[in-house]
Ligand binder design. Sequence first.
Ligand code: NAP
Length: 248
Amino acid sequence: MGNLEGTVAVVTGAGRGIGRAVAEELGASGARVVVNYSNSKGPAEEVVSSLSKNGSENAVAVQADVSDPEQAARLIEETIERFGRIDILVNNAGITIDKTMKKLTTEEWDKVVQVDLNSCYYTVKAALPHFTEQQSGTVINMSSFVGEAGNFGQTNYAAAKAGLIGFTKSAALELARYNVTVNAICPGFIETDMFGAVPENVKDRIRARIPLGRIGEPTDIARTVRFLAEDGGYITGQTISVNGGVYM
Ligand code: NAP
């Protein structure tokens, strides 16, 4: 166990990919974890049982589509009902709908902005009264290097992820007085289902662009989240790149 003993973490989209690794890493450090999922019920329940091996109820799976403000608020309320507090909120849920603007529809633009950006406002807004009452909290928003660099065929995703960086800095300013830190992580290319959707020939070109010569693992991101949660008390409003050097 680590020094997150006694804390409660909510990780959105934690049934698979980066979110799953984050839930496991925070759980390994002693946090009680709310494993949010939208569709991946079975995988989310697997995470819960692996975190509750010794029979203790250290984790719970909660279904909520966080792009819906009411469901996002319910996720936070269920966290409070179950564990009595919320210390760490990791806004990880995200989707891509990659198309050039010529082909992209307004619905596809809106969907990505709703899931990748608006959801973070919904969860933070719902957690805010608890953070202010506790006079503490850690918010970590999963942005992307695409939000910094832009990417062909990803106007919707890049706009949402860049928006998250602006949201992070503004929320950090507003919440510092309550001892709440707000930071963004910008992963590079990470080996998950999201990256799996990229065609093989494009993957080869991507690998060739990464100075450290490999695609990142979900644990590369999870360890950064753990660092911020455990030792990041004087870090706020920052955008932390974990990308193998693909964007500097
Ligand atoms: P992934 O493997 O495709 O998983 C996406 C996760 O988001 C799933 O757990 C999914 O849950 C959840 N999700 C999607 N829509 C949701 C909603 N409306 N409500 C709740 N959960 C929802 O993606 P990933 O690669 O792990 O990405 C995680 C985060 O890192 C995303 O924000 C992504 O943009 C960011 N990121 C990824 C990369 C990369 O290369 N992989 C790079 C930079 C940034 P269900 O399965 O339950 O639907």
